[in-house]
Design a protein around this ligand. Sequence first.
Ligand code: NDP
Length: 400
Amino acid sequence: MGKVLIIGAGGVGTVVVNKIAQNPNVFTEIMLASRTKSKCDKIAADIKNRFGVEVKTAQVDADDVSELVNLLDGFKPELLVNVALPYQDLTIMDACLEAGVNYLDTANYEPKDEAHFEYSWQWAYKERFEKAGLTAILGCGFDPGVTSIYTAYAAKHHFDEIQYLDIVDCNAGDHHKAFATNFNPEINIREVTQRGKYWENGEWVDTEPHQIHKALNYPEVGPKESYVIYHEELESLVKNYPTIKRARFWMTFGQEYLTHLRVIQNIGMARIDEVEYNGVKIVPIQFLKAVLPDPGELGENYTGQTSIGCRIKGLKDGVEKTYYVYNNCSHEAAYKETGAQGVSYTTGVPAMIGAMMFFKGLWRKPGVYNVEEFNPDPFMEQLNIQGLPWHELFNVDLEL
Ligand code: NDP
């Protein structure tokens, strides 16, 4: 039944293909396509070697709708899993509409020339997907993705009214490099250097970058300085759960990392506009990506773990209640299983589960949806089976 095309052969793509190959009862035909075909071939050879599963490969420029349509018409997948970069979301959605293919991604659209992301561009496709009878599942990684599903699960089983939501994202791992980003450096640096923003009493509150911070305790990790940054799932969650009075996203950063970021910004290497160098036009942040460690190669010496979850306060049967749901993921275990580090693993596993939900017919309705709009229960069940088990704490001090 499950004929699937994955686009993007980076760290996340590696994990998606690994997990898809581990579920042959759901996924029957697999193709991996990306800009650089040799990366797809390398992953496919490894999968064949370890699981005996065949993965077809192809070269595609996902900025080009007609190239994508040709690829889709040739392979005829039922679902396309987009784990290329957020810049390609709209061209890939256009191609899916043209070729009649369902769609899933892990990050919302960003224009290349503006460090800005919001769902409006992709939500604008809702009617077209509805009319075509196609499903588009948005933001099915860990955050967005699992954090949104945790929230949906909390709303369904533990609260009548969610009032305070704090998503807490801690990477307590050590890759033993002076500076590296855990996923695509360009996307990562654009995300963490932007101004902060959170939701309070019906409006967005703007902050300086990293202005709000405090040490939060993470299970099995301990206290880590955590910073309020803007993150895309806040936009859909406050829309889908209008009882939320305040929603924030916290991410941990080490002092070394922040110092490097400050220097990168101060010397102009985070610029996203073109500069002329020796008669060639280059974008500094893209050049920086070329000299930084490849996130896909960080896995080998990565120790420690990630701890990501939702801290929620609200009402159940008229009584105030707190709830903390989280997953801890070991970088070493992720690498041992898939050859990729924990951040790629925590993104790729949920993308595979989302695809599984689609093929099982559980998450399938024409239109464009964020993951919290689907039934969280079968997804939560699969998280425990597929390598990202979750834990719940009730009525604890949320520290917030
Ligand atoms: P990488 O940079 O490692 O991989 C991206 C892949 O996409 C590369 O194989 C790259 O090709 C390919 N690609 C880029 N541009 C094109 C194009 N025009 N046409 C075809 N292929 C292209 O990124 P990651 O694997 O770390 O991240 C993948 C996605 O996952 C990103 O969108 C990221 O934002 C998202 N993400 C989501 C998270 C979540 O929790 N929701 C967390 C982490 C990441 P090439 O090899 O030639 O460069």
